[in-house]
Write a new protein. Structure first.
Length: 764
């Protein structure tokens, strides 16, 4: 590995520096810490490859540790599935298998130590009160009235929590942090909560469970982990991580480092939402071949080395970004090119009779299994008979311009076989049900004896010798680039994500080469390991030979929910139906009234429906409008931005007043849409006042022409080529200049002001 490659990966730099300095005694111990509440997906693959890969590269070890601190959602099934997926991906933890529950006793002792040291206390505030007392970015938290209890009182209450005397939610154990700390997570964070629920490993031994922010650093310390690697979403949690390690009686002092998580277009990365698809039967299970889970990708036929190669191609960075799914497909094709022998298959058969071929005659033709650019070699025998099938899409009675396949009276090359001329079309009304024609008997192998040129070549299969199969064409699960950011994400499940071809025919060599194969001109395929049983053949398409995907037009109007007018004579108590795409969804009278109320307040039909479907969102909207916010802008902000920034709108650390304040700042032009999204993310994480956040972080919009003018002059001067192109008539260059201004102002510039100044200065 070159020095340039090493320097490009900041995690390797950290490990190499620690090894050079003798930190951690020259050891490298990482860990992969999944929560057993669902199946692993492609996003987890990046963390797996980083955690296990770096440990391997530097002669260390990687632990597999299950963070099983929430018995309400965890199951042994998930534990087994996670272990299976990691091994399939090519990694192993040896004897280093741990569970957070292994350390419950020690964690409790350490928590008692914090109480004895006066660093933790039992608090009886409710969850809502804790949020209320937390303060804002500019105002410190208000101390809980229970914060100054004596050590003896706290020890007694904590022991009684452990003994099961109190019901769920009665009290919690909190650390005594810094009530004025700018990182609001350090303002007396929660350490333990009561949960009377059976644990998948410890049964009913415990009724209190440690919070993740307390358990995670202790698990690392007790396992003597040296480098705790996690995604950027835990960056703000690092302060709690360090506090716990520094204030408890643990010998090991691990450190946490964050890297950018993996996000892919058209892909859902929320385990909670993937579980919803499973529970509602939208997919057949966690291993449905459309799912982005490792189990689903394995069943679909994606080889594990392709996933590892994809993760390596994406690389390790410190800032989040979104990777095009086309890159994943490209890497999979690149790996499969050297793995999959070439065969022929017909998915939508159109019968063909070769009239000048004797009935019962079989000509076995040798055909290459591998193309010339692959180091492997070999042949398979392909039977040519009187009765064949071709793809229905390879024939056109009225061909479009540029058509090079089969037409009435036309000639094509049957791949590996003969030159075929269509002489007759057999129809049943408007439907073509078969073709007849002749072959040039001297053209075996596809070459004309007289040297004539035949442009078109199509694949085929013998109707009598071919092998029947069901073929499933797998496509993207969602039709929008970022389904996770949409409140109506379920509306965008791809209806063509699974297309079944039940009457496919494959050449008989598939019996000898039954693993991953390339069906020529169609893509790479793999026999479904679940449904290909008892002699039945069911093939999944892993990936097509090239991308044919076309995303929906971004400016296409959305399908809005429109109430169906109640039929005359319907009773008042009767439920009304709301048209939602092609399906009718029933609304109760109360929901119908709420829908009308939201619309009257200014919400669009689609946003109003989202507010009805999500009661917490509806309550927040009503509170914000009640605090003076414009209804249309508020509904848009909740539906388009907030629903994607927070999974649970019922547990937000802010309310309607703060949202109304943010909407007002946005509507007045003091901040841009981009800044509003940033502020919203901060609100979701920490709460606070939008105005205070904007002021303290310098996020106020730049609208002053006196400030923007010199900046724009400099950008124009630095880009003479683009300036000349714009002045020469290329109006699209304006977008380039707007982008440059927005980058240099970190998104603070008002786009309208920028556009006006640019047109003025560029002469447009």
């Amino acid at each position: 590995m070159s020095g340039a490659e090493q320097s490009s990966n900041f995690l390797k730099q950290i490990i190499e520096r620690d090894l050079a300095d003798g930190t951690h005694g020259g050891r490298v111990v990482t860990r992969f810490p999944p929560e057993p509440n669902g199946y692993l997906h492609i996003g987890h693959a990046k963390a797996i490859c980083i955690d296990f890969g770096l440990a391997q590269e530097y002669g260390g070890v990687c632990h597999l540790r299950f963070d099983d601190t929430n018995p309400a959602k965890e199951e042994t099934e998930y534990v087994r599935a996670i272990q299976r997926d990691i091994r399939w991906l090519g990694f192993d933890w040896g004897d280093k298998l741990f569970f957070a529950s292994d350390f419950f006793g020690r964690m409790y002792q350490l928590a008692e130590g914090l109480v004895r040291d006066g660093k933790a206390y039992v608090d009886h505030l409710t969850e809502a009160q804790i949020r209320e007392y937390r303060g804002t970015v500019t105002e410190p938290a208000t101390p809980s009235p229970h914060r100054d209890r004596t050590v003896a009182e706290n020890l007694d209450l904590f022991n009684r929590m452990r003994a099961g005397e109190f019901p769920d939610g009665h009290c919690v154990l909190r650390a005594k942090g810094d009530l004025a700390h700018p990182n609001m997570k350090l303002r007396d964070p929660l350490l333990y909560r009561i949960r009377h629920q059976t644990h998948h490993r410890t049964g009913d031994d415990w009724c209190i469970y440690p919070m993740y922010d307390y358990a995670h650093p202790l698990e690392d310390a007790l396992e003597h982990v040296t480098h705790s690697l996690c995604s950027l979403e835990f960056q703000d949690n690092r302060a709690i991580y360090d506090w716990v390690v520094d204030n408890t009686a643990v010998e090991s002092k691990p450190r946490q480092y964050e890297f950018a998580r993996l996000a892919i277009t058209y892909t859902m990365m929320s385990k909670r939402r993937l579980l919803k698809l499973v529970e509602e039967g939208v997919v057949s299970g966690w291993d449905d071949p459309r799912m982005p889970t490792l189990s689903g990708l394995r069943r679909r036929g994606v080889p594990p080395q392709a996933i590892r190669a994809f993760v390596e191609r994406v690389g390790v960075a410190k800032t989040n970004s979104v990777v095009e799914v086309a890159l994943f497909d490209h890497v999979v094709r690149d790996v499969l090119n050297d793995q999959a022998p070439r065969l022929m298959g017909v998915l939508d058969p159109l019968p063909v009779t070769v009239t000048n071929w004797e009935d019962g005659r079989v000509d076995w033709i040798d055909a290459d299994l591998w193309p010339k650019d692959v180091p492997q070699s070999g042949v398979r025998r392909v039977p040519f008979t009187r009765e064949l099938v071709i793809e229905r899409s390879d024939f056109a009675q009225v061909p479009p311009k540029g058509w090079r396949r089969l037409v009435p009276g036309g000639e094509v090359r049957l791949r590996h076989g003969y030159l075929f001329t269509c002489t007759d079309v057999v129809s049943d009304g408007d439907q073509v049900i078969g073709l007849q024609g002749t072959v040039d008997l001297d053209s075996r192998g596809g070459n004309a004896p007289d040297g004539r040129k035949v442009k078109g070549a199509i694949h085929w299969v013998s109707a009598s010798e071919g092998v029947a199969a069901q073929v499933r064409l797998i496509d993207r699960l969602f039709t929008v680039e970022d389904p996770g950011a949409r409140a109506d994400w379920q509306e965008h499940v791809n209806p063509e994500g699974l297309v079944v071809r039940g009457s496919a025919l494959l050449e008989p060599a598939v019996r000898q080469h039954g693993g991953r194969v390339q069906l020529e001109r169609l893509g790479y395929f793999w026999p479904d390991p679940v449904d290909s049983a008892d002699g039945a053949l069911v093939y999944n398409r892993i990936v097509p030979l090239r991308s044919s995907w076309k995303a929906p037009a971004k400016d296409a109007p959305a399908v809005e929910d429109k109430p169906v007018v109640k039929r005359e004579g319907a009773t008042e108590g009767r439920r009304k139906r709301v048209r939602k795409g092609k399906a009718d969804v029933v609304l109760t009278p109360e929901q119908q009234a709420a829908l009308a109320g939201f619309a009257a307040a200014g919400a669009s039909d689609k946003a109003a429906r989202m507010l009805v479907d999500n009661p917490a969102a509806g309550e927040l909207f009503a509170a914000a409008v009640g605090a003076g916010a414009a209804g249309a802008a508020t509904a848009k902000l909740i539906a388009n931005d907030l629903a994607g920034a927070a999974d649970d709108l019922g547990g937000l650390p802010f309310g309607g007043a703060e949202l109304a304040e943010l909407v007002g700042l946005l509507s007045s032009g003091e901040i841009s849409n981009r800044i509003a999204k940033q502020v919203l993310q901060i609100l979701v994480a920490n709460g606070g006042s939008p105005a205070d956040i904007i002021e303290s972080r310098g996020l106020k919009a730049v609208v002053d022409a006196g400030t923007l003018g010199p900046l724009i002059d400099g950008i124009i001067a630095a880009n003479p080529g683009q300036t000349a192109a714009y002045r020469g008539g290329n109006q699209r260059m304006l977008g380039f200049f707007v982008g440059q201004v927005m980058r240099q102002t970190q998104g603070k510039a008002d786009p309208g002001v920028v556009n006006g100044l640019l047109r003025e200065k560029l002469g447009g």
